[in-house]
Design a protein around this ligand. Structure first.
Ligand SMILES: [Zn+2]
Length: 198
């Protein structure tokens, strides 16, 4: 026996999410049909709105529903300091620390020869363009402490250092292989304070 089409389709949709297999998708689908109608309508609306209204800021690459994003528009922030991270989630981690008041640049990934990811596959060209337009005093590279994160930091440093920009890397209060996303605020704060020139 097969499920009626509406629930089969719902299961199919849930299975498109990362880490969700048939079993979990089926459980979620049955849960959804038992939810009250208002909640389900809201859920559907939120899905559509998140997909439709959000985009990447044309300046920094962070996720936003405005253009440019709130951080890029904020003139009270230090305009001559750019902190480079891998993912939009990392911007949120840094902001939670409440101690960094410069700008950001989101790479959307790191260089990874194994995955065939080169400089053109991540948001590096925009960083260079940005620096040519408005030179920064310091660029802090806060890619994760993984081999790919390190290689990406070195690559960017070699590109922009000749322009006379101070390039620093977060201190290794962050343990090797660790993600910015999961670091607590104190660890991040120490890593930023102890950053070193590369
Ligand atoms: Zn922005």
């Amino acid at each position: 026996m097969q499920y009626p089409e509406p629930i089969a389709k719902l299961i199919e949709s849930y299975m498109k999410l990362p880490g969700i297999g048939n079993k979990t998708a089926t459980r979620l689908a049955f849960y959804t049909i038992d939810m009250n109608e208002g909640d389900v309508t809201n859920f559907a609306k939120n899905l559509i709105s998140a997909r439709r209204d959000l985009h990447y800021c044309s300046i920094c690459g962070n996720i936003t529903d405005e253009e440019p994003c709130e951080i890029c528009r904020d003139t009270t922030r230090s305009q001559d300091m750019i902190l480079v991270v891998e993912q939009p989630k990392d911007v949120m981690s840094m902001e939670r620390m409440n101690d960094y008041h410069g700008l950001y640049h989101v790479l959307h990934g790191v260089l990874s020869p194994i995955e065939g990811k080169g400089p053109d596959d991540i948001n590096i060209a925009n960083l260079i363009k940005r620096l040519q337009k408005t030179p920064a005093k310091e660029v802090i590279i806060a890619t994760n402490a993984t081999p790919e994160g390190e290689a990406t930091a070195m690559y960017i440093s070699r590109l922009i250092k000749p322009a006379g920009i101070k390039v620093t890397r977060l201190a290794h209060g962050l343990s090797v292989g660790s993600d910015i996303e999961y670091a607590d605020e104190m660890t991040l704060l120490k890593a930023v304070e102890g950053r070193q020139e590369i």
